[in-house]
Design a protein around this ligand. Structure first.
Ligand code: GLU
Length: 290
């Protein structure tokens, strides 16, 4: 299978040096393997994503010299795909409706004997002690209450049996190309949200679906997403999708030691470009060869 990797930004702001670092690392990996570098627009959060940021990020990437096959996949054009993936999980019985608000979950967590703490999407929700009755569920739906579709880790574990304890992924070091096997522990992240009543799919579901659909063999992304990988490996197993090789790179930090964020206006590629900085200087600035 041809080496295929991708850069998958969300158009919620202008790209900064941290994005440039991640995108260039992925592009370099594809070039050195004679493979393909894809760009994917992850814009399922319709409240935070803006078309003008999509246009801007594509122009920033082109300016950096990162060419990708066109058209790029835009997730908001494919909600039907994610609905079908959710249906598949629902048919396996691993999804349930959760009517608790974030605040209720935080409060439960504070009063728990062993507070589960923060996970990949905020406070970890270990799941209900007792499943909600059908009657109560139907009554709440009829009242129009909001809910999230969560994956039941416990049930997934029962369903997969031994296979659950053998879940793993290969992590590849981008500098040495050394690969090592990492055991995946999705249950440590609790019953993660895969969709909401008003948001048809979560990042976790879409990313897993699209990486498989687009034939992504190698994922290069920041180490802040390593914990999510544990959950992605479970979703891949449940959906019958292959698990790519993962490289989680260190996050670039600015002179103040803090990681770059969309709020750092001065360090957007647009601002640097306007200030006369060249793409070669950007590479030098983030420690990558021209
Ligand atoms: N869309 C995600 C982000 O902007 C990245 C997803 C990924 O690389 O898996 O943080």
């Amino acid at each position: 299978m041809r080496f295929t990797t991708r850069f998958a930004p969300s158009p919620t702001g202008r790209l900064h040096l941290g994005h440039a670092y991640s995108a260039i690392l992925a592009d370099n990996a594809a070039r050195s393997a004679g493979g393909v570098f894809l760009v994917r627009i992850e814009d399922i959060d319709r409240n935070r994503c803006r078309p003008e940021f999509e246009t801007a990020l594509l122009s920033d990437l082109a300016w950096l010299g990162l060419d990708c096959p066109l058209p790029v996949r835009r997730q908001s054009d494919h909600f039907d795909d994610y609905a079908a993936a959710l249906d598949k999980l629902r048919a396996l019985g691993v999804l349930y409706r959760c009517f608790l608000t974030r605040r209720e979950i935080s409060e439960q967590s504070l009063s728990a004997p062993h507070a589960p703490g923060e996970g990949i999407d905020g406070v970890i929700y270990p799941g209900p002690a007792v499943a909600m009755s059908r009657d109560e569920e139907h009554a709440r739906i009829a009242r129009g209450e909001s809910f999230a579709w969560r994956i039941a880790m416990k049930y997934s574990q029962d369903l997969l049996g031994e296979e659950f304890s053998r879940l793993e992924f290969v992590e590849r070091d981008l500098t040495t190309n050394v690969e090592r096997r990492i055991a995946a522990h999705p249950h440590l992240h609790g019953d993660v949200i895969l969709a909401r009543k008003d948001t048809p799919a979560s990042y976790h579901l879409c990313v897993v679906h699209d990486d498989a659909l687009q034939g992504v063999t190698h994922i290069v992304r920041g180490e802040d997403l390593r914990s999510s990988t544990h959950v992605h490996v479970l979703l891949q197993k449940l959906l019958g999708l292959p698990t790519p090789v993962y490289s989680h790179h260190a996050l670039l930090t600015g002179p103040d030691g803090k990681r770059y964020a969309k709020r750092d206006q001065a360090l957007t590629l647009a601002a640097l470009r306007e200030a006369g900085v060249s793409p070669a200087e950007i590479r030098a600035r983030i420690g990558l060869p021209a």
